[in-house]
Design a protein around this ligand. Structure first.
Ligand SMILES: [Zn+2]
Ligand SMILES: [Zn+2]
Length: 298
């Protein structure tokens, strides 16, 4: 039973999520429907974590749950705002960005079937997601924001959304602006949001999932655990958010034939409180703590 669950849980959660999202988007209240689907998948992963955990130790509290949820809500709230301003944003791009970039709007292939448009949207957004993530690891200026996400010592479904708001803004800008500039329609953004949401809870969940050949297409829990490794040679890899295409292309794909790391975290220190965590990257001593330069263990 455990083996069957282990083999089937990744495709089960991901594809049932997409199918139920399709039904939700076709319903009278698409956003409410999607929220229900998302909550259902979180609950399912929460239960699987208790039944077939990847690392038993990660079931124990790290005292960060309230902060994890607060960061998630702040970031989700921001995404909602961006979605709300969806009507205003194309106008903003047309008036402000187009004269600056000389880019052309409305080149999006709207005649393609929606699933193909979504695949195209996911791939284009992934280019920005990959580079914003890679830059966040390779440039100290950006790492000071991204370190919050990596400061956890356990991975579980609840800390999926633990991102500093500045980190999220950077990511959203690099991944979604190209789609706006190309004139992608709203459903493509909504589907991109859905795919990213399911992929996010899957990559962070503490469920012993066997993902096999999915590891060469999608960002799976196995690959993302390596990305959270404390050892920088293992951690500065697998930047893909939804797919691993750009990791394979740019040589950052890492998937050795052994169980992925459970020694995760960073060398630096992150503030204890939610507001402290938000302010830390903007304070000089805070940055030193994040980089581990003010502590002896650093
Ligand atoms: Zn990262
Ligand atoms: Zn992560």
């Amino acid at each position: 039973m455990r083996t069957i669950l282990s083999l089937s849980s990744w495709p089960l959660v991901f594809f049932s999520g997409l199918l139920c999202t399709y039904l939700a988007f076709a319903s009278e209240r698409p956003m409410f429907g999607f929220a229900l689907v998302y909550a259902g998948e979180v609950l399912l992963l929460f239960l699987l974590e208790r039944y077939i955990p990847y690392e038993r130790r990660w079931l124990l509290s790290d005292g960060e749950m309230a902060n994890d949820i607060a960061h998630t809500l702040l970031t989700k709230g921001l995404v909602q705002l961006v979605a709300l301003s969806g009507a205003v944003f194309p106008m903003f791009t047309a008036i402000v960005l187009l004269p600056l970039t000389g880019a052309q709007l409305d080149v999006w292939p709207t005649t393609l079937p929606m699933p193909l448009q979504v695949v195209l949207g996911v791939l284009i957004a992934e280019f920005g997601l990959y580079w914003s993530h890679r830059i966040a690891h390779e440039r100290l200026f950006f790492w000071r924001f991204h370190a919050l996400h990596h400061s956890v010592t356990r991975l579980w479904v609840i800390n999926t959304g633990r991102f500093h708001i500045a980190d999220s803004l950077f990511k959203v800008a690099l991944s979604q602006l190209p789609l706006f500039l190309l004139g992608a329609p709203l459903p493509v953004f909504l589907w991109l949001g859905a795919v990213t949401a399911f992929m996010g809870i899957l990559t962070h969940c503490n469920v012993d999932m066997k993902t096999g050949f999915f590891d060469y297409i999608f960002s799976t829990p196995r690959l993302h655990r390596w990305h959270h490794s404390k050892d920088i040679r293992e951690g500065n890899t697998n930047y893909g958010e939804n797919v691993v295409f750009f990791d394979l292309l740019f040589g950052t794909y890492f998937n050795p034939g052994r169980p992925s790391s459970t020694d995760i975290g960073i060398r630096g220190q992150i503030a204890k409180s939610f507001l402290g965590q938000l302010a830390q990257p903007f304070r000089k001593d805070g940055i030193r703590q994040i980089l581990g330069r003010s502590t002896k263990s650093g």
